[in-house]
Design a protein around this ligand. Structure first.
Ligand SMILES: *Cc1c(COP(=O)(O)O)cnc(C)c1O
Length: 375
């Protein structure tokens, strides 16, 4: 029999030092949210796509230029509310660029030191943006090295490893709270086909597809989710085989998407279909969409758009009608020296011309030359 514990003596309670900073920090993050309007759901018209309406959620208009603005805000709130991020905590992240740009911005708002661990191939524009917000960049040779190096740097500094690849799926409120899925379905309400037949998304952390897939199930929609993977990435194989240990030795050339390992935030169970496409197809689709929108979008938006065209062609072939939704993940301004540079494309052996023609023809006539598709 254990003894009854005795009551502690009555003393003065500890001062509430840390909570003052946390309250201040949460108020600052709330302010960023309030200053932001919701992002546009653009509805471009393509003559050849009879019966199919296309919608693109434009996440490039966030203050830090990409969909990672939402994720960074969520990761900061999650860290603060868990008591992991406190006054003066050094923050470290493993990133291919976009997330680090958004996190550097929030770290600046909260006056916290920030270190981004990135592959040395990260675009110059992203590095400049991180440094402008006062962040520090630490480069590694191989993309698979970012995780261990970030964890080690955080440990040495007595800081916090934000770890987007683990926490993206759980730091986001998947049931709502104006997450990207709730916002899309709300903006679709007055459309001819308010419930999209399919939502199409690429995967980096896998967090956005996890939120979309979970929200679709939670709200009982019939919408299906297609995830588009890129040439150098482990996600497609893992989804197909069920093996989460799948890896890919080469770094993805499409910034923001495609990973060397199956990230913990990737949730295969909520994905209805996956396709894997060549990088030349992603970049060709990026160019075509940029021409048609009269402004430049990024490479992963090309991945999304190619997948959207592929789904549209399948629906049209089956004689079905409906709406399709995808995301503009970031702007093409970040990639002037890569995807929009002829020399770079040539140096990387990327011939985008056949895919370009294929997509142009499809958008204008509705005919999709599927002989260029491997899978
Ligand atoms: C992160 C990212 C994606 C993928 O989003 P996830 O939610 O991480 O899967 C796509 N495009 C860009 C530019 C990104 O930075």
């Amino acid at each position: 029999m254990s003894e009854m514990p005795c009551c502690p003596p009555v003393t003065a309670l500890p001062a509430c030092v840390d909570r003052d900073w946390a309250k201040h920090a949460v108020a600052i993050l709330e302010g960023d949210g309030r200053r932001s309007a919701d992002t546009h759901l653009v509805n471009p018209v393509f003559r050849g796509l009879k019966g199919i309406s296309i919608y693109l959620k434009d996440e490039s208009t966030h203050p830090t230029g990409s969909l990672k603005h939402r994720l960074a805000r969520s990761l900061f709130l999650y860290g603060i509310c868990n008591g992991w991020i406190r006054k003066g905590t050094t923050l470290v992240e493993a990133s291919s660029g976009s997330t680090a740009v958004s996190e550097a911005y929030f770290a600046h708002l909260l006056e916290l030191p920030f270190i981004a661990v990135m592959p040395k191939t990260t675009s110059r524009q992203k590095i400049e943006a991180i440094e402008r917000f006062g962040g520090r960049c630490h480069f590694v040779d191989l993309p698979g090295e970012v995780y261990a190096v970030a964890a080690k740097l955080a440990d040495e500094a007595g800081g916090h490893y934000l770890d987007q690849f683990t926490f993206a799926e759980r730091a986001t409120d998947w049931r709502g709270n104006n997450n990207v899925a709730e916002s899309i379905f709300d903006q679709m309400k007055a459309e001819a086909h308010p419930e999209p037949a399919w939502v199409v998304m690429s995967a980096g952390t896998g967090g956005t597809s996890a939120t979309l897939g979970r929200y679709i199930r939670y709200r009982n929609f019939s919408t299906r989710l297609c995830v588009v993977d890129v040439e150098h990435s482990a996600f497609y194989d893992a989804w197909k085989s069920g093996d989460r240990e799948a890896t890919c030795p080469r770094a993805s050339r499409i910034e923001g998407v495609g990973r060397p390992r199956v990230e913990p935030s990737f949730m295969p169970g909520v994905i209805d279909h996956m396709i894997k496409i060549p990088d030349a197809a992603s970049i060709a689709a990026m160019h075509v969409l940029s021409d048609r929108l009269f402004r430049r979008v990024g490479g992963s938006t090309g991945t999304n758009f190619f997948g959207l065209c592929w789904i549209a062609s399948c629906l049209m072939k089956a004689g079905e009608q409906g709406s399709l939704v995808s995301l503009i993940c970031d702007s093409g301004d970040r990639y002037t020296s890569t995807y929009y540079n002829e020399e770079w494309l040539k140096a990387n052996g990327l011939d985008i011309a056949p895919y370009r023609e294929m997509i142009e023809t499809f958008l204008d006539t509705g005919t999709f030359r599927s002989d260029l598709m491997a899978e």
